[in-house]
Design a protein around this ligand. Structure first.
Ligand SMILES: *[C@@H]1O[C@H](CO)[C@@H](O)[C@H](O)[C@H]1NC(C)=O
Ligand SMILES: *[C@@H]1O[C@H](CO)[C@@H](O)[C@H](O)[C@H]1NC(C)=O
Ligand SMILES: *[C@@H]1O[C@H](CO)[C@@H](O)[C@H](O)[C@H]1NC(C)=O
Length: 411
């Protein structure tokens, strides 16, 4: 089961040998060609027949899209959208801001070990999901994925209407297809707000707590509370905000968890709080989601701070994806690595999602390699942005995985 994601680029086929015996040379070249066609399965489109059964190799199914390697495509692929897409947040537009590798990012292709990952074809997607509502619910990393999908679709279908019911952050309806794609912003999934001690006293006050954030683990934030009954396809995420000391400082402004309107006593840490919140929100969605709808939970997106954390001058100036051993150095939980958070969060997610009706959208492993794909100094922030992703970029591949997951179990 060991992954072998060490391939950073395909082997060079330098042909600087000379052919003394033309026949032997021909045989050699034929063998070489055979070897490469076997070693790199072509990405056969499984959507050749839109309405028919996708072609499947029984031995290779279901495909584990998380197990693979990034390969440098010798032939540049056609962009599905570019830096002119208006939805791209300025700090993520690495081509427009002139990031040195802004365009090179797109030459890396994720190659699963045992199958191909088809590219999401925008026009096919629009036809396939006619009369469908798709909602991304989560933090700015889910917005990053939402923008990627909207840009892909807008590049082939310009007739859109803004969609923004109460609470939703942003969205578009593609008029020719009656397809709505929306983003619902929520950091913790659950409702939270400032809390300060009252004069009348109470359980938290008696513990000497003066202020913090009240986090109601069983109440969905209003931005998405109606989303499960509206959308047919939902993609959730939450993660790094649970460990965001800049907001939820354990001393100055701790998270204070409430359940059924009462403080959880004795007070619990965010590690317990996230488990409670996930449990309640998963069951909330399961109760509300319309019959036949598809619910996905996206795994945690990794950060790539090197030489210090985000507030200690950490940076992400790599020009190429990491090698396997470099990935371990950055993310190892055992070694308390700077970016280990991603794997810790995933442990919480997987535990909560077991036995739920959610399908896990695992994008973590493939993303851990992509230290080169963040806005870095182009992020227009005081600190380098080694958390969000350049667009166009990695989250385009997340959407490929979403598309593949949708196809896998609908046919
Ligand atoms: C898929 O591959 C990843 C990476 O090698 C591995 O961690 C995971 O356990 C695999 N999942 C399954 C269901 O085999
Ligand atoms: C558009 O799609 C919605 C479902 O999302 C459906 O209820 C509605 O009838 C559709 N409208 C048309 C004109 O087909
Ligand atoms: C892990 O590293 C952080 C700083 O990066 C430090 O505050 C913490 O105490 C370390 N934890 C352990 C268990 O070593």
């Amino acid at each position: 089961m060991a992954a072998k994601p060490t391939t950073r680029r395909p082997l060079s086929t330098s042909s600087s040998f000379s052919c003394f015996v033309p026949f032997l040379c021909l045989v050699f070249l034929l063998l070489l060609a055979l070897f490469f066609s076997a070693a790199r399965p072509s990405v056969v489109s499984r959507y050749d027949d839109l309405l028919g059964e996708p072609t499947r190799d029984k031995n290779r199914w279901p495909c584990n899209y998380s197990d693979g390697a990034w390969v440098l495509d010798p032939d540049p692929v056609a962009l599905r959208y570019d830096h002119t897409c208006k939805e791209i947040f300025k700090g993520w537009n690495c081509i427009a801001s002139g990031k040195h590798n802004g365009r090179d990012l797109l030459r890396w292709r994720w190659q699963p070990s045992r199958c191909g990952l088809p590219r999401l074809e925008p026009l096919r997607f629009l036809r396939r999901f006619r009369n469908t509502n798709i909602g991304f619910v989560g933090d700015s990393l889910n917005r990053n994925m939402y923008v990627s999908l909207v840009c892909m679709l807008r590049s082939v279908s310009r007739g859109v209407r803004k969609w923004r019911p109460a609470g939703a952050d942003r969205g578009f309806t593609f008029l020719d297809y009656n397809l709505t794609v929306a983003y619902h912003r929520t950091n913790l999934l659950v409702r939270y707000g400032r809390w300060s001690a009252s004069d009348n006293g109470g359980a938290l006050e008696s513990l000497g707590i003066k202020q913090g954030y009240r986090v109601d683990v069983d109440v969905p934030e209003h931005t998405w509370a109606e989303a499960p009954s509206f959308h047919h396809i939902l993609i959730f995420n939450t993660g790094h905000w649970w460990w965001a000391p800049s907001k939820f400082d354990p001393e100055q402004s701790p998270m204070l968890f409430f359940e059924k309107g009462l403080p959880v006593l004795p007070p619990v840490t965010p590690e317990i709080g996230i488990d409670l919140a996930l449990k309640h929100m998963i069951s909330y969605v399961e109760r509300r989601a319309a019959k036949g709808s598809r619910t996905f939970f996206r795994t945690q997106s990794p950060r790539h701070f090197e030489g210090g954390d985000w507030n200690q001058g950490g940076s992400c100036r790599r020009r190429e994806p990491l090698l396997s051993h470099e990935v371990e150095e950055l993310f190892s939980v055992e070694r308390n690595a700077t970016n280990a958070e991603v794997r810790v969060i995933n442990q919480h997610l997987y535990k909560a999602l077991q036995r739920s009706s959610f399908q896990v959208l695992d994008i973590t492993r493939m993303s851990e390699f992509r230290a080169d794909a963040h806005p870095s100094t182009m992020g227009r922030k005081k600190h380098e942005d080694c958390m969000h992703w350049c667009l166009p970029g990695l989250t385009d591949t997340w959407n490929d995985v979403l598309m593949a997951a949708l196809e896998d179990s609908t046919s």
